[in-house]
Design a protein around this ligand. Structure first.
Ligand SMILES: Nc1ncnc2c1ncn2[C@@H]1O[C@H](COP(=O)(O)OP(=O)(O)OP(=O)(O)O)[C@@H](O)[C@H]1O
Ligand SMILES: [Mg+2]
Length: 237
């Protein structure tokens, strides 16, 4: 599915980190757009700035200069509260190490984003939780703790958590990095289904098999981002 509707637009974006060795200019005048309904892979060597870029797009971090338009809104001047509201309603996050809360059950983990979303009533929590667990095929695990699930199941719960506030964009930072190939395929099939249902999906990966699920791929190198063709997937990591 492709609609000419830009959901993520980065213009002349810069990000540096200051450390003991001086300043590390990680993102240099980056220009990058993602359109509604795209499924995009972001590749690049370790330390090239992939997570930094995704953190800025996911409103977990801010750039030093440049502009970021998310769904048409310039977030560069937003307050932390406005950013968290925008993040909660537009973006679902999926991380390599799942980031589930160990002493909460699956249902309790899934309730966390709901508590930060004032437009969802508490009376509707159970139905919302059941709906996303059905989507990821884990309804029977509602009362389980994360440690009682396989890695693949934990990642599917994390995807359910990413979906629960009905975001239009799913950002995944190496979602299959801790999974074997069978679980990795399951997670990618699930993300592909979400993409086919209309979600915009961005995936950081080192794995050409994961990138091959995406219609577009970009590579970060020396602080710059450039499109790579699917044929280059094998050589891009
Ligand atoms: N909070 C921070 N403070 C200082 N330097 C940082 C910080 N976060 C990232 N960096 C530096 O920025 C660069 C890019 O880091 P980033 O995590 O974006 O890389 P990456 O491409 O995601 O790598 P990997 O594939 O290993 O996850 C690295 O040199 C890293 O050391
Ligand atoms: Mg990273």
């Amino acid at each position: 599915m492709f609609m000419n509707n830009c959901v993520i637009s980065l213009t002349d974006l810069n990000k540096s980190f200051i450390n003991g060795a001086g300043s590390n200019h990680v993102l240099k005048q980056v220009n990058f757009s993602v359109y509604s309904g795209e499924m995009v892979a972001i590749l690049g060597q370790s330390g090239s700035g992939k997570s930094t870029l995704l953190s800025i797009m996911g409103l977990l971090d801010t750039a030093d200069s440049g502009h970021y338009h998310l769904c048409g809104q310039d977030v560069s001047s937003f307050s932390a509260y406005q950013m968290s509201q925008l993040r909660n309603s537009h973006i679902g996050w999926v991380f390599q190490n799942f980031n589930l809360i160990a002493d909460m059950t699956v249902a309790e983990n899934l309730s966390v984003p709901l508590r930060f979303n004032s437009s969802i009533k508490q009376a509707d929590y159970e139905a919302k939780i059941n709906q996303v667990l059905d989507e990821v095929g884990l309804r029977e695990k509602t009362a389980f703790y994360p440690a009682e699930l396989s890695g693949g199941q934990q990642q599917r719960v994390a995807i359910a958590r990413a979906l629960i506030c009905q975001p239009d964009i799913i950002l995944c930072d190496e979602p299959t990095g801790n999974l074997d190939s069978s679980n990795s395929n399951n997670v990618m099939e699930l993300l592909s289904t979400l993409h086919q249902e209309g979600k915009t999906v961005l995936i950081i990966t080192h794995d050409p098999a994961v990138a091959a699920y995406c219609q577009k791929a970009y590579k970060i190198h020396d602080g710059e981002i450039a499109a790579v063709s699917p044929l280059e997937f094998k050589h891009a990591v």
